[in-house]
Design a protein around this ligand. Sequence first.
Ligand SMILES: Nc1ncnc2c1ncn2[C@@H]1O[C@H](COP(=O)(O)OP(=O)(O)OP(=O)(O)O)[C@@H](O)[C@H]1O
Length: 257
Amino acid sequence: MSDSIIVFDKVKKAYGNFTVINELDFEVRRGEKVSIIGPSGSGKSTVLRILMTLEGINDGAVYVGGEPLWHELKNGSMMPATEKHLRKMRTQLGMVFQQFNLFPHMTVLRNLTEAPRVVLGLSKEEARRRAEELLELVGLVDHAHKFPAQLSGGQQQRVGIARALAMRPKIMLFDEPTSALDPELVGEVLNVIRRLAAEHDLTMLMVTHEMRFAREISDRVCFFDKGRIREEGTPEQLFSQPKEERTREFLKAVLDG
Ligand SMILES: Nc1ncnc2c1ncn2[C@@H]1O[C@H](COP(=O)(O)OP(=O)(O)OP(=O)(O)O)[C@@H](O)[C@H]1O
């Protein structure tokens, strides 16, 4: 477990009678790039939302960086985490959403400097310097003073990536980052993620429908079905020699579609 930056230990998550995550055991090593694929409703996004502390769990435990995420150890017993603990833990993670989720009333620059200033207490100059470096990384230096509505979807998503990185997270979560984009804008966003994967030792966990991309950048691909990992392996193993019939069916449907 020591090398795992993310651990799900028999995690259960249900909405009423409907079990979304079913005794899930799942680990991600430091620096590993992992893709989660699987049918709609299989619980893929929920895994990311639990890590980002946007959804609680009903049973089991999640560890980030060796520390319980949804619990705190108090006098030797595991107690539900306080908001303070969740806030602290959240700083280790950055998330890129399907729908960008930028602050519409703030310029690109301010979208990038706001949280580092408010949450991390960075000075205005330091936050700006960090933002400018990241705009360089995502190729948007010339757009710093625009508002999100003045940008294309692909540009907005690149700002979304830069904004998450501005908090210097150890783990980046991507929730179908290209699925809201027009097809001709997908490539520019994938290029930024590709670059991040190649040049940084970030841990990356990505839910994606872009099978070719998952195959290219992942160290490991997990096929989710009914709130569990049905099959996992290297991209080569999972895409070229899937063992499970359910995985084969899914891949056939998405790759033919
Ligand atoms: N707040 C909620 N209340 C009730 N049901 C929910 C809620 N959030 C998600 N669900 C249900 O949980 C299931 C899993 O959702 P999740 O978004 O994790 O699936 P997914 O595998 O990411 O699917 P997709 O590929 O369609 O995004 C879905 O059936 C969804 O309808």
